[in-house]
Design a protein around this ligand. Structure first.
Ligand code: S3P
Length: 429
């Protein structure tokens, strides 16, 4: 797909699609709760549709529509799933693969799950190890620590697990297995990761307690269907936040964006870069905070990004790097080695792609140093079939001085099928 530089400001109002993490969880938890779970604002993207397909495959009736973003899940309780008719296909989705594994470890039937080429390269030992400690039988079919995974029924024990990574997928997997264990299960993380599982499971009636870096769950809860209103995804909003900050004269209003404090790191970075974003109509539903965000173009400077801030903006780092290349001065990103094991090696993808556009960027083992302020040039960017790389460089193209071509740009359907249409809608005004 070809992108031409912009010759005017971005203007307008957008409702970005529903939060991906929350949408996955509604389907999973709704399926193992008793009764109906009604969801509004659900993200209809390839990743979340993979989750729906997996639970339909295990006998759960899930209706979608007629209104956009409306999903009705007819849950059958924590022991209500039935053996899948065939292999569960998690597509490109790490969240589906890792969270569902926790649920499957506690079932009385065997299962096999797989996914696309990217998912078959991503590390699964991070869930296989703790699940095995709980007594689960989870095997990497090719013995390479990756999917396909084969899970067999077994008796699960509650454990106290000290996770080496701050990962909500790992934490959630263990907590979900903990619903089927014979005692309390706790996960302690090196830094707090997103807490949607804890908030939502509590809403469904689970006995969950949380401290800063520890979450504990008691087994055999009586989960009951609830209504969930999914806020807009701050990870999708991030592209428009960056674009509106960079393109001179822009003013964009993003409606009902999730600003859960475990996810709002990008807002903190914009502040550290000298920018300000106005929050309006702040509200809360199911423990999840959201707000309208008003973003105007501003001059920004470099900053340091590392430590416990990283899990709060992990998915936004590609577009934050683009923002840093535009800002004056140096931005240093550290402690972001997790980016190497996302849908692609995102550290490498960012450094290579920004370099191709003429930015002054040096990759490090766990981050990068960006000396910003150099004009960006046109280039050909390989998305590596990674939705967040495609969207980040579509944003970079707005401020380039020549056309940018993005290969396999359609991979945005993983998290944001209408991304290019929404971006174009801001350009036309
Ligand atoms: C997610 C957690 C994060 C994030 C991913 C979604 C989730 O992954 O990168 O896009 O929904 O739990 P990790 O938990 O592996 O960091």
């Amino acid at each position: 797909m070809k992108f031409t530089p912009i010759n005017g400001p971005l203007r307008g109002t957008l409702q970005v699609p529903g939060d991906k993490s929350i949408s996955h969880r509604c389907v999973m938890f709704g399926s193992i709760a008793k009764g109906v779970t009604e969801v509004s604002g659900f993200l209809n993207s390839a990743d979340c549709l993979s989750t729906i397909a997996c639970f339909r495959n295990m006998g759960i009736e899930i209706e979608t529509g007629p209104e956009r973003g409306h999903v009705r899940i007819h849950g059958k309780g924590i022991h209500g799933l039935t053996a899948p008719k065939d292999t569960l296909d998690c597509g490109n989705s790490g969240t589906t693969t890792r969270l569902i594994s926790g649920i499957l470890a506690g079932q009385k039937f065997p299962s096999r799950l797989t996914g696309d080429a990217s998912i078959q390269r991503r590390p699964m030992n991070r869930i296989i190890d703790p699940l095995t400690q709980m007594g689960a039988s989870v095997r990497s079919e090719k013995d390479n620590g990756c999917s396909p995974l084969v899970i067999r029924p077994s008796h699960l024990h509650g454990i106290d697990y000290r996770s080496p990574v701050a990962s909500a997928q790992v934490k959630s997997c263990i907590l979900l297995a903990g619903l089927y264990a014979d005692g309390r299960t706790s996960v302690i993380e090196p830094a707090p990761s997103r807490n949607h599982t804890e908030l939502m499971l509590k809403g469904f009636g689970a006995d969950i307690t949380t401290e800063r870096c520890r979450a504990s769950v008691l087994p055999e809860p009586d989960l009951r269907g609830i209504s969930v209103s999914v806020p807009g995804d701050i990870s999708s909003a991030a592209y428009f936040i960056a674009a509106a900050l960079m393109v001179p004269g822009s003013c964009v209003l993003l409606k009902n964006v999730g600003i859960n404090p475990t996810r709002d790191g990008i807002l903190e970075v914009v502040k550290a870069m000298g920018g300000s974003i106005e929050r309006m109509n702040v509200k809360e539903s199911g423990g999840e905070r959201s707000a309208d965000l008003l973003i105007r173009a501003q001059k920004l400077h470099g900053c340091r990004i590392g430590g416990p801030l990283i899990p709060r903006l992990i998915d936004e780092l590609p577009v934050i790097a683009v923002l840093a290349a535009h800002a004056e001065g140096t931005t240093t990103i550290t402690d972001a080695g997790e980016l190497r094991v996302k849908e692609s090696d995102r550290l490498d993808a960012i450094v290579t792609s920004l370099g191709a556009m003429g930015a002054d960027v040096t990759g490090t083992a766990d981050g990068m140093i960006i000396r910003g302020g150099r004009p960006l040039t046109g280039a050909c960017i390989d998305s590596r079939m990674d939705h967040r790389i495609a969207m980040s460089f579509a944003v970079a193209s707005l401020i380039a001085d020549g056309p940018v071509e993005i290969r396999n740009a359609e991979c945005v359907n993983i998290s944001y099928p209408d991304f290019y249409r929404d971006l174009a809608s801001l350009r036309r005004i």
